[in-house]
Design a protein around this ligand. Structure first.
Ligand code: VGL
Length: 195
């Protein structure tokens, strides 16, 4: 039995100045690094995801010149570009497993992603005996929501650390947290779980 931290999409394009900037994104990057540095052995595994879209085409309707900001979005996180890099304030040396998702099609959940050797996130967690996950990152109302819901569906104990997430919209983020709580996900401040 072990515990993992899942860091969702803390990437330049989802932070201030990026193509799909989430207000508070850069602060989340800093705060996640601080959380990891003071977590002293709390996590047996740290998994981080990156949205990693194809440069060609619209990635299954995910990119649009006239985005609705719900199902279609401005071009963002194109694989290998600076916008797809982790935000510099996220200390990626603290990440054990890197997952990419969204190559050619929309993929909001970490559980739709793969590691460099082609394993799924679910396989990695299972192989490490993970039964509890804390979820942090961007964006509360989209990829954090989808990742935490999938983790709960997978039978894991899931907590979203509410001061280590930021969302695209205030209302949709509040609704996402309500939906997560209804699905059995705990929503707590990182200070409540610190070692
Ligand atoms: C995300 C919108 C579009 C996210 C990804 O990481 O939450 N949001 N693509």
């Amino acid at each position: 039995m072990s515990r993992a931290l899942i860091v969702v999409d803390v990437q330049n394009d989802f932070t201030e100045g990026g193509a799909l900037a989430v207000t508070g994104g850069a602060r989340v990057a800093e705060a996640v690094t601080e959380h990891l540095r003071r977590s002293g052995g709390r996590y047996d595994l740290v998994v981080a995801s990156r949205d990693w879209h194809a440069a060609d085409g619209d990635n299954g309707g995910h990119f649009s010149a006239e985005p609705d900001w719900v199902d279609s979005w401005p071009v963002h996180c194109v694989a290998g570009t600076p916008g797809a890099d982790y935000h510099p304030a996220l200390d990626a040396t603290l990440v054990d497993v890197h997952v990419t998702k969204g190559a050619g099609s929309p993929a909001y959940s970490v559980f739709e992603g793969v590691t460099g050797d082609g394993s799924s996130a679910a396989e990695v967690l299972a192989s490490r005996g993970v039964d509890e996950v804390d979820v942090v990152g961007l964006a509360t109302d989209h990829c954090v929501r989808a990742s935490a819901l999938d983790a709960a569906r997978a039978g894991l104990r899931v907590r979203v650390l509410t001061d280590l997430v930021a969302g695209v919209g205030a209302e949709s983020s509040a609704a996402a947290l309500d939906e997560l709580r209804a699905a059995g996900v705990e929503t707590v401040a990182s200070t409540e779980v610190a070692a």
